[in-house]
Design a protein around this ligand. Structure first.
Ligand code: PLP
Length: 261
C-alpha cells in the first residue's frame, strides 16, 4: 500500500515519509552501505537491468537508504519525484544536462552561488548553452532577457550570499508564458519555510549540504519535480551519464550518487 503523504502534516512527513521497515522491526531507518545487490538468477538480473522488473541493481541509481531520503524530500517539497545526487552542484548540472541541448539559452539570476555562476558562464557555454544574467528581483529584467531559444529560468531565493528575494509566482507566470521551465534552488529555506513547487516552480534544487543536513556532516544534493522531467531526462543523466536530446543526439556526463548515512 502506498501512503499519500499529502494527508499528513509537515512534521510527520519529516520523520516518517519514505521509511520502509524491514522484518527486523527497526525503529529508525536501516542504512544500506552497499554498492550493488545479489540476484536470485541471471534472468532476474537481466529483467532488472532491462527495467522490466523493479528492484535494486546498483547504488548509483537504486539504494534503499537514498530512496528513503528521496521519498521524504519529495513529500516535504510536495513533488512527484526526487532524485538524490552527490552534491548540490551535481543536482544543478544533471538538471541542466537533462533538459538542455546545444543552442538553448538560460536566463538566470545574477545573484547566485559562485560555482553555479561558473557552471553557467564557463562550462555550459562550452557546449553552446548561453546564459543571460538578470537582477533577481526585477521582473522586467527577466521578461526582457527571454529569447526564442530560452528553455530555463534559474534562481535562488533567498540568494547566496546576498539574501536577495524573488517573487516565485510572478516568475512562474513569465516562464510559462514563454514555454520555459522555472528552476528554483531552495537550499537556503528548505521546504520547512518555502515550497517553490506550490508557487509554480517546475523543479526544485537542493544542496543537501546546508540547512537540509543542518549539522555540517553530509555532502549531497537533490532535484525534485514531476516524474516526466526528474524521472526521465534528468534521471537518465544519473543512470547512464547519457541523455537523449529531443533531436535524437546523445550527451554524456557522470554524476556520482551519494549515500545518506
Ligand atoms: C545556494 C547554493 N546552491 C548550490 C550549492 C552547491 O552545493 P554543493 O556544495 O553541495 O555542491 C551551494 C553551496 O554552497 C549553495 O549555497
Amino acid at each position: 500500500m502506498t501512503t499519500d503523504w499529502n494527508e499528513f502534516g509537515f512534521n510527520t512527513r519529516a520523520v516518517r515519509a519514505g521509511q520502509v521497515r524491514s522484518d527486523e522491526g527497526e525503529h529508525s531507518e536501516a542504512i544500506f552501505p552497499t554498492s550493488s545487490y545479489v540476484f536470485q538468477s541471471a534472468a532476474q538480473a537481466a529483467a532488472r537491468f532491462a527495467q522490466k522488473e523493479p528492484g535494486n541493481i546498483y547504488s548509483r541509481f537504486t539504494n534503499p537508504t537514498v530512496r528513503t531520503f528521496e521519498e521524504r524530500l519529495a513529500a516535504l517539497e510536495g513533488g512527484e519525484r526526487c532524485m538524490a545526487t552527490s552534491s548540490g552542484m551535481a543536482a544543478i548540472f544533471s538538471t541542466c544536462l537533462g533538459i538542455l541541448k546545444a543552442g538553448d539559452h538560460i536566463v538566470a539570476s545574477q545573484s547566485l552561488f559562485g560555482s553555479t555562476l561558473t557552471l553557467f558562464n564557463t562550462i555550459l557555454s562550452k557546449f553552446d548553452i548561453k546564459t543571460t544574467f538578470v537582477n533577481l528581483s526585477d521582473l522586467d529584467n527577466w521578461r526582457a532577457a527571454i529569447q526564442q531559444n530560452t528553455k530555463l529560468l534559474f534562481l535562488e531565493t533567498p540568494s547566496n550570499p546576498l539574501m536577495a528575494l524573488a517573487d516565485i509566482s510572478a516568475l512562474h507566470e513569465i516562464a510559462h508564458a514563454h514555454n520555459c521551465l522555472l528552476v528554483v534552488d531552495n537550499c537556503f529555506c528548505t521546504p520547512a519555510l518555502q515550497k517553490p513547487l506550490s508557487l509554480g516552480a517546475d523543479i526544485v534544487i537542493h544542496s543537501a549540504t546546508k540547512y537540509l543536513d543542518g549539522q555540517g556532516r553530509c555532502m549531497g544534493g537533490a532535484v525534485i519535480g514531476p516524474e516526466s522531467l526528474v524521472g526521465k531526462d534528468i534521471f537518465a543523466i544519473l543512470r547512464s551519464g547519457l541523455s537523449q536530446c529531443h533531436d535524437g543526439t546523445l550527451r554524456q556526463t557522470s554524476t556520482a550518487r551519494f549515500i545518506v548515512g
